[in-house]
Design a protein around this ligand. Structure first.
Ligand code: HEC
Ligand code: HEC
Length: 394
């Protein structure tokens, strides 16, 4: 496939140039302000966030603190306790409200797309196409990751540009390539619905719909979308030596060994729980063009630190057998493709992560790794599917 490109001076320069190119996705979100030509794109993002705060209603007078019945979310085998912010403890009522919002197409401009249209429950809350289609068939710029276990991520998005699930939740609603609906319209559309009025009342103490309340409810619902208790968990944490097939046990050894797969250097596995992500950003060289150019500068968009160019957040590997296609651009179709990519040491480029090295894996090692990745398919709770379908999701 010619995935290798020498890290020449030229490729370094083109990588820097690519990084400095404006990123349409982020810039388009700031368009109304940018057109006035007075603000840099970063300042513009801050201004947009401030504006969102204003639009979400008089925060001082309308409480956004959940008032209902607090819930202790029980993580399945293999996951640590679920973190949540002090101002948004999960409650029965906010979780139910968030679930309804997650499946509601009215969050989009033409009532055609819900969060679940791209984070499909039947595909473990990821999308089946490399890049999702938003309102009017507009194609997004990155692959839709699963929201399963996103509760544990320190920041959200491939480039970490949202600092919490709460902060992430409203972004796709207004994104012109996704749901394309201004926040004040979403608020007024939901505001005329009696069922929502009752649910906001129960969750927050008054029927008023605000963006902040909707964000909190969506985040609390997402915190319940947890997957664990896979064959791997039963083997590693449940003491069931028969849970993994022999090929999977061999694959696990390759995965953990720094001198063989070295996968756990980034896809972390702890003594009592495993998220299969370190929550950090790495350049694996995935998405680097034939000429060494970096198409999507990833984490660099957020930090403007040159060495972050082409770095993306390590994704979880739980349920990875069910979330194809892979990588931030959805370029790799199968787990075999991914393992072959790593066996080549990633695509060389000036910012390649130091943990990415050419590893020597036999055909059998690679097959064992793929078998092991299959063992990460776990369970989901019963109440995460569409709210009107009371039966289980799986
Ligand atoms: C049109 C498709 C689409 C829709 C609709 C959509 N998303 Fe996403 N979602 C994506 C894509 C693509 C990304 C990755 C974007 C990036 O990282 O730049 C993403 C990222 C996320 C993440 C970050 C996960 C991670 O691992 O970093 C969360 C959480 C999320 N979406 C939740 C939601 C919620 C909640 C809604 C509804 C309010 C929603 N999404 C609507 C496509 C979509
Ligand atoms: C240097 C850190 C690092 C190492 C080492 C590493 N990964 Fe990754 N992994 C990542 C990052 C970052 C991504 C996302 C890359 C992108 O989209 O550009 C990723 C993506 C993946 C994906 C795609 C997941 C998805 O949902 O799209 C799979 C599968 C995967 N890695 C498996 C492995 C295996 C197997 C190994 C060992 C052979 C390994 N990784 C080694 C950091 C790492």
């Amino acid at each position: 496939m010619g995935r290798f490109v020498a890290a020449t001076q030229q490729s370094r320069e083109s990588a820097i140039q690519a990084a400095l190119r404006p990123w349409p996705h982020l810039d388009s979100q700031c368009e109304p302000i940018k057109r006035q030509g007075i603000l840099s794109s970063r300042a513009c993002l801050l201004a947009a966030l401030a504006l969102m705060g204003v639009l979400s209603g008089c925060k001082a007078s309308i409480s956004e603190m959940p008032i209902g019945t607090k819930v202790q979310i029980q993580p399945p085998l293999g996951l640590p306790p679920v973190p949540f912010p002090a101002n948004n403890p999960p409650t029965v009522e906010t979780i139910a409200l968030g679930r309804k919002l997650f499946y509601d197409k009215r969050l989009s401009k033409d009532n055609s797309i819900a969060c679940a249209s791209c984070h499909k429950p039947e595909s473990d809350f990821s999308d089946t196409v490399p890049r999702s289609l938003g309102v009017a068939g507009k194609q997004g710029l990155r692959n839709a990751p699963t929201i399963e276990n996103a509760a544990y991520l320190p920041v959200q998005f491939w480039d970490g540009r949202a600092s919490s699930l709460e902060q992430q939740a409203a972004v796709p609603i207004a994104d012109p390539l996704e749901m394309a609906q201004p926040h004040e319209i979403t608020i007024s559309k939901l505001g005329v619905d009696r069922e929502y009025a009752a649910m906001f009342q129960q969750a927050f103490g008054s029927p008023k719909v605000t963006l902040g309340r909707a964000e909190k409810a969506l985040a609390s619902f997402e915190r319940t979308v947890l997957t664990g208790n896979s064959a791997f968990d039963r083997y590693e944490y449940g003491g069931d030596q028969s849970a993994l097939a022999p090929a999977q046990v061999r694959g696990l050894a390759v995965f953990m060994d720094p001198h063989r797969g070295n996968c756990a250097a980034c896809h972390s596995v702890g003594p009592n729980a495993a998220l299969f992500t370190d929550g950090k950003f790495h350049n694996t060289g995935e998405g680097v063009g034939e000429d060494g150019s970096i198409v999507d500068a990833g984490r660099y968009h957020e930090t403007k630190v040159e060495t972050d160019t082409g770095a993306f957040m390590t994704p979880t590997l739980r349920n990875v057998a069910r979330t194809a296609p892979y990588m931030h651009d959805g370029r790799l179709k199968t787990l075999k493709d991914v393992v072959d990519f790593y066996a080549g040491g990633g695509n060389s480029n000036p910012y390649l992560d130091s943990e990415m090295r050419r590893i020597s894996l036999s055909g059998k090692d690679r097959a064992d790794l793929v078998e092991f990745l299959q063992s990460l398919t776990g369970t989901l709770p019963a109440h995460v599917g569409p709210p009107d379908v009371s039966s289980e999701n799986r």
